[in-house]
Design a protein around this ligand. Structure first.
Ligand SMILES: Cc1cc2nc3c(=O)[nH]c(=O)nc-3n(C[C@H](O)[C@H](O)[C@H](O)COP(=O)(O)OP(=O)(O)OC[C@H]3O[C@@H](n4cnc5c(N)ncnc54)[C@H](O)[C@@H]3O)c2cc1C
Length: 371
């Protein structure tokens, strides 16, 4: 198929980056969402790219995250070039603080293991904090610096990807969302919304937490649940921190304007996208625990999002058995930003029948039933 027609359902970071990659490869793309691009979990995301922290305890995530991180420089270059827009992106490393003896043991062992794998990582004793992060909590017993980690401005990347896709011919429909996806004879896939019916050669389902609300005819319900996350932004004097600073109760991201993002809560509250005073207080305390001078920093903003969580915390990515031509790209949970380049590449390869990537075995939708 040289110029397939593709409907992308959902315009979060996954839908927009998939749309860009597909349009760049020559597909005729239509994206549908009830909201404008970059809402959903995407709008709250801290954008941290840290597979060697997030992948702790889940080796597949570490492998896919490491692979996706390797694609990031070129991915950002393409988003900037094809959109003509800037994207906030820094590979400034993570500085993970250890406060307990158990954390010292775990992080210093991880440092040695990463070094053996060729990942630039180093244990920093408290007396050397001044060379790296002078303002972090002096009670910490050391820190693990992982140099290749970093962060991306998620809204800037999502909007640039949407703009790039549009420049390459993709169309974005902001109307009602999809309610049903079904097989149509002659190898097409149908998508019904409340007000219209569409069809295409391929459909990519990227509706994040709301994926479970879409009926895929003949398939089991998609096992994705929302997990709320709150994030705040604090005004600081420029240069308060230089790396992504990570600790047991939260993390800090140094924003280019000198402010700091503080994340995040993890809450099982269904589809409630509101913030809470309790959540904000928790984040303020977490920030002060990492960098005490942030205790009185004025708050600029609070954001919330619903992370799409699957049963095993890994994405659901691959072809549907129930509806030929449908491809799932959902359940990215805490790592949709980090995994966006790899997801966009795998989906594009599937749409263009370019052969199966071994990663798709671990991420296959069928591990969760008849999907
Ligand atoms: C506080 C917080 C911090 C985070 N920090 C990080 C981080 O540091 N690094 C990282 O990698 N990840 C992080 N994440 C996770 C990341 O944000 C998510 O994994 C990612 O945004 C998921 O993207 P998505 O496009 O799949 O879903 P979403 O962004 O939720 O987008 C789904 C889209 O589908 C649309 N939709 C819903 N229903 C329908 C329908 N019926 N039809 C069509 N469209 C529909 C929605 O309107 C929405 O636009 C964080 C998340 C939160 C909440």
């Amino acid at each position: 198929m040289s110029t397939p027609a593709v409907i992308v359902v959902g315009a979060g970071i996954i839908g927009c980056t998939v749309a860009h990659e597909l349009a760049a490869a020559g597909a005729r793309v239509q994206v549908i969402d009830a909201r404008r691009p970059g809402q959903g979990a995407t709008r709250a995301s801290a954008g941290i790219l840290a597979p060697y922290i997030e992948g702790h305890g889940l080796s597949a995530l570490r492998t896919f995250g490491g692979r996706s991180l390797g694609l990031f420089d070129a991915f950002i270059d393409r988003a900037r070039r094809d959109s003509g827009q800037d994207v906030i992106y820094q590979r400034n490393g993570t500085f993970e603080l250890a406060f307990s003896d158990a954390d010292v043991d775990r992080l210093s062992a991880l440092s040695a293991a990463l070094w053996k794998e060729g990942v630039e990582a180093r244990w920093v004793p408290p007396q050397a904090f001044g060379d790296h992060e002078p303002l972090v909590n002096a009670d910490a017993k050391g820190a693990l610096l992982i140099t290749p980690h970093g962060f991306v401005g998620v809204t800037s990347l999502t909007l640039a990807s949407a703009a790039a896709a549009e420049r390459l011919g993709a169309r974005f429909k902001v109307e009602t969302g999809a309610i049903r996806i079904h097989h149509i004879p002659a190898g097409r896939v149908g998508v019904d919304t409340m007000s219209s019916s569409w069809d295409a050669d391929r459909v990519v389902l990227c509706a994040g937490s709301w994926s479970s609300q879409i009926t895929v005819e003949g398939a089991d319900p998609i096992p994705v649940k929302p997990v709320r996350g709150q994030l705040i932004q604090l005004k600081t004097t420029a240069g308060a921190i230089h790396h992504v600073v990570w600790g047991p109760d939260g993390y800090l991201v140094p924003w280019p304007d000198g402010s700091v993002l503080v994340g995040s809560t993890v809450e099982d509250v269904g589809f409630d996208e509101n913030y809470t005073e309790e959540g904000v207080t928790k984040l303020r305390n977490a920030a002060a625990g990492l960098v005490p001078s942030l205790a009185d920093a004025p708050m600029m903003e609070v954001r919330t999002g619903l992370r799409p969580r699957g049963p095993d915390d890994l994405p659901i990515l691959g072809p549907s058995m129930a509806v030929p031509g449908l491809i799932y790209a959902t359940a990215h949970y805490r790592n949709g930003v980090m995994l966006a380049p790899l997801t966009a590449q795998l989906v594009t390869d599937l749409v263009f029948d370019r052969g199966a990537d071994p990663a798709l075995r671990d991420l296959s939708p069928t591990r969760h039933g008849h999907l």
